[in-house]
Write a protein that binds this ligand. Sequence first.
Ligand code: GLU
Length: 311
Amino acid sequence: MKKNFPVRMSAYVGRFAPSPSGPLHFGSLVAALGSVLEARRQHGAWLLRIEDVDTPRTVPGAADTILATLERYGFEWDGEIMWQSRRRDAYDAALARLRVDGHVFPCICTRREMADSTLARDGSRRYPGTCRAGLPPGSTPRAWRVKAEGVIRFDDAIQGPQTEDLARDIGDYVVYRADGQFAYQLAVVVDDAAQGVTHVVRGADLLGSTARQIQLQQLLGLRAPIYAHLPVATNAAGEKLSKQTLTRAIDDDPPARTLTTALAFLGQKPPAALAGASRTEVWKWALAHWRLENVPQVRQLAVSDSGWRAQ
Ligand code: GLU
């Protein structure tokens, strides 16, 4: 539900940025809840952005389902929703700037050519640097890669100090893909800046992307937000609850109970009776009691409530 800005606002701007590749699941509810509660505690704004930049992975109707579920759960966002699918001009401009400044290079390598390269920290293949020195004459660029350079350090508000040596841990990374799509890393940086986001609260599955995003902010002259990465929900076997593991959608679950489970997951210790209270009561309790410092400082955590098992 769209909400108007309150009269007194601090400089804090938070956001929730779901990808419409499926319905909302428990893991995304946790990110939505953590980001909105921290924004409200700081008397800040909470914005919504639909990350449909990756059009081949966008599922028709998923964005509407996500928005309907957020409304049913009682989330209230500020201002207009930003849609990445409408932002190509802004991404084009950012890529043009990176090209002019010599921070990116065209790449014609195929997945097959990269199959033998070493693994990066995030498990993807680290780019062996083939096209960095220039393309063979007559070849057509397929993708654009950023030269991964420098050591990025940042202090995560939950996970603590982080260091990443971009060349060693990640390698030159794609910002414009061979299929004509802009990569998430570029889109998220351009959009966080355009929306004036000062604080990013999201799942720790994105902790490994943050150094790349900070490098892009530096290259584009954008201010880096403060980051806080929440634990990622796993099942008892330690597997991430995500669309990929076919976790069921939360659309049909009773909001008060699911929100209470999410609050407990985030270390907020809600009273057990809250699960049976009204949705309004749950929000009232959550807004009064939320403390970021009570969130467990781990990257992943099993959901204890037995109702929250992966299928
Ligand atoms: N769109 C991403 C996702 O749904 C989140 C991006 C972010 O919060 O930076 O996983």
